[in-house]
Design a protein around this ligand. Structure first.
Ligand code: ADP
Ligand code: MG
Length: 296
């Protein structure tokens, strides 16, 4: 590529709402046939709000919210913001949490008073030995509506106890459906990779017309998925916003970071979609085709 055409591409990219870090990234985007997308913060707004609190027998909603709030105070996850937003709107005082621990892609754990409490996905809650079946039907209903369900569990040496669940809603971006449909028209296959639960992921995928879903995936799993697709001959772009997407963004032929996302995601990607606008992918592809044509 000649320096001039790259400069032009960079300038025009900025106009199109795409930050172009490497000319190679932009060129390769023209050849991409598969895009792996993260769900939370990439397809969705990434500003989840508490939608429903379901206490286990003998517990109260406010008790659950106070404990979850105490735990999430130490977390920087978007889900933590949802919980803390609800805590604030209820004007609750939070108990102190000690020995805070965040488990990537799973949840958070801390000591509150005499109890060790954890808050996170079904896998994380089950690992503690808690029986989640009492709230199983309710959890399924909420997940089928595309909501993210998190379980609150109190650990104990005899048997961990399920205290309840909190579901958050995170609406899909206004233009996500249109962007995916236009990418389909462009001959691109869309694969979702998310750390969220299968039912929630499926509900969102169905709403948006996504071709393939991988749920409950940890950061290394997202990277492995990219490598598998590449080894089967696909030219793969990865679109993501989170710390958990960074390894996959770096492994893809083209990394597309959301400008609204984590710094490490932007650093790992060749292109950044300013304002997290998915339609920027289409504009960048058009630009890539023109740039490649100019160079040849
Ligand atoms: P995604 O891929 O959707 O961005 P993550 O990989 O960050 O999601 O998290 C996967 C799942 O782990 C979440 O859907 C949630 O159930 C649980 N989880 C992760 N972090 C937290 C947290 N701070 N509080 C509660 N649950 C969490
Ligand atoms: Mg995300």
């Amino acid at each position: 590529a000649t320096p001039m055409s790259i400069m032009t591409a960079t300038g025009r990219g900025a106009q199109a709402g795409v930050l172009v870090k490497t000319a190679e990234g932009l060129e390769r985007l023209a050849a991409v046939d598969t895009i792996v997308v993260d769900k939370t913060g990439t397809l969705t707004e990434g500003k989840p709000v508490v939608d429903e609190i379901v206490p286990a027998a003998g517990k109260s909603k406010m008790e659950l919210l106070r404990l979850a709030g105490a735990l999430e105070k130490g977390s920087e996850h978007p889900l933590a913001e949802a919980i803390l937003g609800a805590v604030k709107s209820q004007d609750l005082d939070l108990p102190r949490a000690e020995n805070f621990e965040a488990v990537t892609g799973k949840g958070v754990r801390a000591r509150v008073g005499d109890a060790v409490v954890l808050f996170g996905n079904a896998a994380f809650a089950s690992e503690s030995g808690a029986d989640l079946s009492d709230l199983g039907d309710r959890a399924e209903e909420l997940a089928e509506l595309g909501k993210t369900v998190m379980y609150l569990v109190q650990e104990a040496c005899e048997a961990a106890q399920l205290l309840g669940l909190i579901a958050v809603a995170d609406p899909v971006k206004a233009n996500a459906r249109a962007a995916i449909s236009a990418l389909h028209d462009d001959g691109i296959r869309i694969v979702m990779a998310t750390g969220d639960a299968p039912r929630t992921a499926d509900a969102v995928a169905k709403l948006l017309g996504i071709d393939e879903v991988h749920a409950g995936v940890l950061p290394e799993g997202k990277k492995k998925l990219i490598e598998d697709l590449k080894s089967r001959g696909a030219t793969v772009a990865m679109a993501g916003d989170g710390v958990n997407d960074a390894p996959a963004l770096a492994a893809a032929d083209v990394g597309l970071a959301m400008g609204t996302g984590a710094d490490v995601a932007v650093e790992s990607a060749g292109l950044t979609l300013l304002k997290g606008d998915l339609e920027g992918i289409l504009r960048a592809r058009k630009l890539a085709r023109e740039t490649v044509r100019n160079i040849r």
